[in-house]
Design a protein around this ligand. Sequence first.
Ligand code: NI
Length: 185
Amino acid sequence: MLKPLVRTAIHRVTRLGQPILRERTRSLTAKEIKDPSLQRLIDEMAVTMVNYAGVGIAAPQVGQGMSLFLMGFPKKNEDLAEDEKHEEGIELTAVINPKIRIIGSEKEEDWEGCLSVPGLRGLVTRFKKLELSGLNQNGKPFTRRYEGFPARVVQHEMDHLDGKVYLDRMNDLTSLAYTDETVRE
Ligand code: NI
């Protein structure tokens, strides 16, 4: 007998101009977290993120006004261009109802792009270290510290949950560029 073919759906990522990207998200209840539909949404967000070659994805980017994001990227991925390789890899992580606490006052500037603003990138100043707390995919609380690029991804995704995008965080729009116009060594 043939097994039913089950595929996890890939969403079309919402782009700037979709009102949901500018709205504040709502927290998820314990009941919602246990619901199979949320578990399925998390799986779909994971495959969507990988399909779009993103390092993070927030629920509004798949049309859901929920306080939830995913992040994950391989260590020194050889498929990436030299300036997109990241020393610090991170396992695929889903965070529900996240909160951050900035550690110290150190900041750094680096390039950011966003699946909702395809093709562009710009320099954004972010805090260097932070502590992320929230619930994991199973609804269990966790707290983890991040530094450098992963801390940047967390701040970028947290902004999405507040209806913000990285363009709002740029001090100077002159660095904004189409990625494929950027000269690479
Ligand atoms: Ni983004």
